[in-house]
Design a protein around this ligand. Structure first.
Ligand SMILES: CC(C)(COP(=O)(O)OP(=O)(O)OC[C@H]1O[C@@H](n2cnc3c(N)ncnc32)[C@H](O)[C@@H]1OP(=O)(O)O)[C@@H](O)C(=O)NCCC(=O)NCCS
Length: 337
């Protein structure tokens, strides 16, 4: 049965990542800086989250600015010009504006000519949701080449007086050029789910149509990110385990086949618990949360590109990407490099 699955996977048309890029703002905020802002300590943040520092956007920077920088790198690394792109998909939960979409602002920043562009809102899972959408659109012939961006600027929506949340996040963007694969490399399988019943555990309650911005919503600080951290934690571990195992099964692969596990970087303890549940040795689990904090949709493309730049991705390596985020949403993608 497993043999049959592998044969099927070999004959399948699939999409691949042609090139990657990422951008993180220059300004660094350390745990020691945070000690001066809220009642916290470097020791608490490191032991409870694994984060040591994070990058923070400047006052002038918006999400699309980060997206444009990451995209320029991805295009350059793929030896492409913006005219070679047929579609822009941008995953974010922190858009420049409610509308137009951040993808349209990024399209303007890149100077592309009438290329269709739209946003995906799937919390920290957005980059994987975007990859799954890209597969459908490329393999059914809608477009040939997609610029997929994950850009997030969470530090502009966290409450800098709330120690429960402000220590967790950073700003960054990652981008990937996606096209059809012409060999055995590429996306082997995916698994994606959502549960809107749990949306209130991680949300920005104010500023949308449910609770339009008003002096009252601002006074009550409802325009800031709110999270029941310990509840989110439990769901993240459970769902990331589920997504990873289901995606592997769909690819006809086993845990031992994984060369690199790239989990969404929300908390070292979530990453370790998921790795243990999947029985993946720690040396195969990529982490960079110590340097960036939780950068949401940007965490997976940045991790991939860092591994790539460190020359640790070998042709044929099996990579398992796994994410969980607001919605709740969760997804995993099994990929052959
Ligand atoms: C947020 C998170 C780090 C908190 O860790 P935790 O072990 O669950 O801690 P709790 O929320 O139970 O809080 C424990 C105590 O630490 C305190 N605490 C919270 N933040 C603190 C901080 N920055 N510094 C010091 N103490 C802090 C709390 O006030 C609480 O104190 P109390 O017991 O006196 O009330 C953790 O729950 C987490 O990472 N959750 C998931 C976050 C996530 O993944 N979000 C995005 C999904 S993509």
């Amino acid at each position: 049965m497993i043999f049959k699955n592998i044969v099927m996977a070999k004959n399948k048309r699939r999409i691949k990542i042609r090139s990657l890029g990422f951008y993180a703002p220059e300004k660094v905020l350390t745990n020691l800086d945070l000690e001066k802002m809220v009642d916290t300590s470097d020791e608490w943040i490191v032991t409870r989250t694994g984060i040591r520092k994070r990058r923070i956007a400047s006052e002038e920077e918006a999400t699309s600015d980060l997206a444009v920088e990451a995209s320029k790198q991805a295009l350059e690394n793929g030896r492409l010009k913006v005219k070679d792109i047929d579609l822009i998909i941008l995953a974010t939960s922190t858009p420049d504006t409610i509308f137009p979409s951040t993808a349209c602002w990024a399209q303007k920043g890149l100077g592309t000519d009438h290329v269709p562009a739209f946003d995906v809102s799937a919390g920290c899972t957005g980059f994987l949701y975007g990859m799954i959408m890209a597969e459908g659109m490329i393999l059914n012939g809608t477009v040939n080449r997609i610029l997929l961006i994950g850009a997030e600027l969470l530090t502009k929506v966290v409450n800098w007086k709330d120690r429960n949340t402000c220590v967790l996040f950073g700003d960054a963007a990652g981008a990937a050029v996606i096209e059809e694969s012409d060999d055995e490399s590429g996306m082997l399988s995916y698994y994606w789910k959502a549960d809107g019943n749990l949306g209130n555990l991680l949300s920005i309650p104010g500023g949308g149509t449910r609770m339009p911005t008003s002096p009252r919503t601002v006074a009550q600080e409802l325009h800031y990110l709110q999270m029941k951290g310990n509840e989110v934690f439990k769901h993240a571990v459970k769902r990331m385990g589920e997504a990873a195992l289901e995606s592997l099964k769909l690819a006809g692969l086993k845990r031992e086949d994984i060369d690199h596990f790239i989990p969404h970087q929300a908390n070292t303890r979530i990453i370790e618990a998921t790795g243990k549940r999947l029985n993946i040795p720690p040396e195969k689990v990529y982490t960079n949360i110590d340097r960036y904090g939780n950068v949401s949709v940007a965490s997976i493309p940045i991790s991939l590109q860092e591994l790539n730049q460190e020359r640790k991705l070998k042709k044929g390596n099996i990579i398992l990407m796994d994410a969980f985020g607001a919605g709740f949403t969760w997804a995993a993608v099994t990929y052959r490099w």
